[in-house]
Design a protein around this ligand. Structure first.
Ligand code: PGA
Length: 252
């Protein structure tokens, strides 16, 4: 079922103490479970996942990993697998973030394998994609987004889509303070829903949650989230501040 989701991608921020404090403050704001149309997700760094999973057990807050390797195990120094994440109670993973794509050479081919591994391990995936500024300026943004989704996800079965959350993150809006306008976000989200409906079905497409990411904050969240096809946000900078993040959650 399509849900309203606010997910915080903490990136390489917050040591253990800061992570616990942020969760404590969020739990003060949201002491009980939300109604089942809404979800709150946080993605701390790998080393802080275990204590945050512990702190958030039986609360409204769910925990995601920011990345994972596609292999189950093996000689991959410094990497972490889906089964290891599952083993500590992490059932959600962010894949395809633009920082992973641009700084860590994560290609569509690698993402296909990561998606497959996450699905096999029954993890939910927050799958990120989005165009760069030059691509938008050249009018190629729809094509770029369609290609990214097609390459990584259009080989999935209908039933796999129950484990997929999409996050449209125009690269030019990530961490720049520049946000897509509500119209730009809605236009792209409606396009995404259209191509999924064409490939699969209207019903499946209507069921997928599509988040917007890129400089979303308390002051612009309401407007962005009021769009019919924007089901939530993937938040970077503003997720590090309990008041900002809480205000965004209250906008869904
Ligand atoms: P930002 O990051 O909110 O700081 O722009 C979003 C993201 O990278 O997911």
């Amino acid at each position: 079922m399509r849900k309203n989701i606010v997910a915080g991608n903490w990136k390489m921020n917050n040591d253990l103490e800061a992570s616990k404090l942020l969760i404590k403050n969020l739990l003060n704001e949201f002491p009980s479970k939300l109604d089942n149309t809404k979800r709150i997700i946080v993605a701390p760094t790998f080393v802080n996942l275990i204590p945050i999973v512990e702190m958030t057990k039986n609360t409204a807050i769910e925990v995601a990993a920011q990345n994972m390797h596609f292999a189950q195990s093996g000689a991959f120094t410094g990497e972490i697998s889906a089964s290891m994440l599952k083993g500590i109670g992490v059932n959600i993973v962010i894949l395809g973030h633009s920082e992973r794509r641009s700084m860590f050479n994560e290609t569509d081919e690698i993402l296909v394998k990561k998606v497959e591994s996450a699905l096999q391990n029954k993890m939910e995936i927050i799958f990120c994609f989005g165009e760069m500024l030059e691509e938008r300026k050249a009018g190629n943004h729809f094509k770029v987004v369609e290609d990214q989704i097609k390459k990584a996800l259009f080989n999935l079965n209908e039933s796999d889509w129950k484990q997929i959350i999409l996050a449209y993150e125009p690269v030019w809006a990530i961490g720049t303070g520049e946000t897509a306008s509500p119209d730009q976000a809605q236009e792209m989200h409606a396009f995404i829903r259209k191509i999924i409906a064409k490939k699969y079905s209207q019903e499946l497409s209507n069921d997928v949650s599509i988040l917007y990411g890129g400089s979303m904050k308390a002051s612009n969240a309401k407007e962005l989230l009021s769009n019919p096809d924007v089901d939530g946000g993937l938040i970077g900078g503003a997720a590090l501040n309990a008041d900002e993040f809480s205000a965004i959650i209250k906008s869904i």
